[in-house]
Design a protein around this ligand. Structure first.
Ligand SMILES: Cc1ncc(C[n+]2csc(CCOP(=O)(O)OP(=O)(O)O)c2C)c(N)n1
Ligand code: SF4
Length: 283
């Protein structure tokens, strides 16, 4: 029997009849992220019915409607709140919150911090294209300082968030960054993240040529992929680079890998303890 290819695997997980053609622009990296997510779930052997993809609003949020998992297309910035409720009500589910950088870091920033602090057993997948894609290219908290956007035609004045440092500081169990150019690494990271207990965060850098690239130095999708190729450096190599060489380079890899129990585990342990005490006639 011939070996099943990555593309054939992806087709097993799509809602062919209802939701296509998709809305993404040619050259958009979001589809590559979805491919890695599907292959990761497939390689972990998780049944479709045990997966819940909770997405916010944005081009990234649209991905949830194409896949044949349990899916919820929620409100902008609130994917993690819905995901938290789902995970607590049924901890056996693999809950993946899929968000854009605007969704996760701007309107949903507070939810992100507290989901990481709580260490809820959800995988947060942030598709960082450095911009608000769906609504026409406004600056997001991930827009690099100095770059041009629809709302910053003379250059973004604020510095951009480091998503990895934010999640690490807030207490996430697992934090990693990859790019859609380095697709095998991204898939490996995603697989690890989904398999870990507690709160995992994967930042997937994905090009939006339409709203970001064209206003900056990347006139074509190919320019954007070349930018990812030349900018991203594996973390181990980045750590060995002298300070001046690190400028304009972006480390990719696994930044945090801890093994603390997730909130839902701690919550059920507390509940069991309470029930035991009550059965003994205590408080
Ligand atoms: C409460 C609320 N505010 C604003 C919007 C409008 N809105 C829809 S998508 C979006 C930005 C999407 O950007 P991002 O999350 O980065 O995702 P992308 O489209 O780039 O994948 C905004 C502001 C909304 N739908 N709801
Ligand atoms: S606007 Fe950007 S993020 Fe949205 S589909 Fe097009 S390339 Fe992708």
């Amino acid at each position: 029997m011939s070996k099943i290819t990555g593309n054939e695997i992806i087709h097993q997980y799509l809602r062919h009849n209802k939701k296509f053609p998709h809305v993404l622009c040619a050259g958009c990296g979001h589809g590559i992220v979805l491919g890695t997510l599907i292959r990761s779930i497939h390689s972990l052997g998780i049944p479709k019915d045990d997966v819940v993809v909770v997405a916010g609003i944005g081009c990234s949020g649209r991905l949830a409607v194409y896949v044949d998992f349990n899916t919820v297309h929620t409100t902008h910035g609130r994917a993690l709140s819905f995901a938290t409720g789902i995970k607590i009500s049924n901890p056996k589910l693999n809950v993946i919150a899929l968000m854009g950088d605007g969704d996760a870091l701007s309107i949903g920033g507070n939810h992100l911090i507290h989901a990481a602090r709580r260490n809820i057993g959800v995988t947060a997948l942030i598709l960082n294209n450095n911009i608000y894609g769906m609504t026409g290219g406004q600056s997001s908290p991930a827009t690099p300082e100095g770059s041009t956007t629809m709302t910053n035609p003379y250059g973004q004045l604020d510095s951009s968030f480091d998503t990895v440092e934010l999640a690490r500081g807030a207490g996430a169990n697992y934090v990693a960054r990859g790019t859609v150019f380095h697709v095998n690494r991204l898939e490996k990271i995603m697989t690890e993240a989904i398999g870990r207990p507690g709160f995992s965060l994967v930042e997937a850098i994905t090009p939006c040529h339409t709203q970001f690239g064209r206003k900056n130095k990347y006139k074509s999708p190919v320019d954007m992929y070349n930018w990812l190729k030349s900018t991203a450096v594996p973390l181990e190599r980045y750590n060995e680079m002298p300070e001046d060489k690190r400028r304009d380079r972006m480390p990719i890899g696994v930044f945090v890998d801890r093994d603390r129990p997730g909130f839902e585990e701690r919550y059920y342990a507390m509940q069991q303890n309470f029930l035991k005490q009550a059965a003994k006639g205590g408080k």
